[in-house]
Design a protein around this ligand. Structure first.
Ligand SMILES: [Zn+2]
Length: 140
């Protein structure tokens, strides 16, 4: 039978999202850093072509994009990439803090398959679905 201490040794890391192997976390970190570099490179190309970023506009568009999928589709590519860049930075910070892979909404672990498809995911699939239902105005 498990002692209380032994039990918490098993459970606690799961609560903090640390059951993910360091090797997996390193892999996600590498993917995120590569993606970040790609975005920075493409942003530099656009700057060379004289296309500027407008940070104030971006904030408004992000609000719209979070509620309206159509608005997200209308975002200009470089705005969308800036949003992603911020998410990547946030996710890298979470990796440093040992909080990567934890749902920001319910605190449960985010499925690794979901993280592989979307390393910057902030919530687990269940919370994501709940939020989408609420945004569409469905009653629970
Ligand atoms: Zn969740």
């Amino acid at each position: 039978m498990l002692t209380a201490d032994a039990f918490y040794e098993i459970v606690r890391p799961f609560k903090r999202g640390l059951c993910m192997r360091k090797r997996d976390v390193d892999r996600f970190k590498k993917v995120l850093l590569e993606r970040k570099q790609e975005i920075i490179s493409s942003a530099e190309t656009m700057r060379e072509e004289g296309i500027g970023f407008d940070e104030a506009d971006l904030a408004d568009e992000v609000d719209l994009a979070s509620t309206e999928a159509d608005q997200a589709m209308n975002l200009r590519l470089h705005d969308r990439e800036l949003v992603l860049l911020r998410k990547i930075d946030r996710t890298l910070k979470k990796i440093e803090d040992g909080e990567f892979g934890v749902c920001e909404h319910c605190g449960e672990e985010i499925n690794i398959k979901r993280l592989e498809a979307r390393p910057v995911a902030e919530v687990c699939i269940r919370c994501k679905e709940d939020m989408e239902k609420q945004e569409k105005g469905y009653a629970e």
